[in-house]
Ligand binder design. Sequence first.
Ligand code: ACO
Length: 159
Amino acid sequence: VSIRRAEMQDLQHMQHCNLWCLPENYTYKYYLYHGMVWQSLLYVAEDINSGRIVGYVLAKQDEEDEEGTKLEHGHITSLSVLRTHRKLGLANKVMQSTHRDMDKIFESHYVSLHVRVSNRAALGLYRDKLGYETFDTEEKYYADDENAYNMRKWFRKKA
Ligand code: ACO
């Protein structure tokens, strides 16, 4: 499996992977928007033998956070890896790749994401492997009313 930056032709395969893995889905237009504006932050895991996209991270940059504070930061819109390819370190690798670009190219102060409070696998990855901390809990964030942890990982603190 190779980890590489996503190209425009990968976007529909990323969308496909998302549909298999998560109930939070997005229009193709939303993928295109990410691809056109933040291509350097989009990574895929490609199975070299089949040419299939087996994992992806969809990410973007933002200037303003939930409290209206202006601070350049990255945001992970969506991450998933097909069931057949889990526990191989792929999510960890695509996340580290996008973090590196957020830090070095965009000079982000931090990266944020939302995750279901029940998502043990993702929480293990974010907290234990990648150094995210829970910033707050958003009640009934998801369509089925489950709460979300709003998590952040800091690259550099505000001067
Ligand atoms: N149980 C507990 N911890 C886990 C599990 C699990 N099933 N899977 C991964 N982890 C943790 C472990 O700490 C693991 O490190 P280790 O292997 O040394 O123990 C670490 O995460 C890294 O694991 P990876 O192999 O890199 O993770 P993987 O490639 O399997 O992908 C992911 C993890 C993305 C959460 C996958 O399970 C998945 O696609 N789940 C469904 C979709 C999803 O929940 N996506 C995240 C939603 S939040 C968002 O998109 C911002």
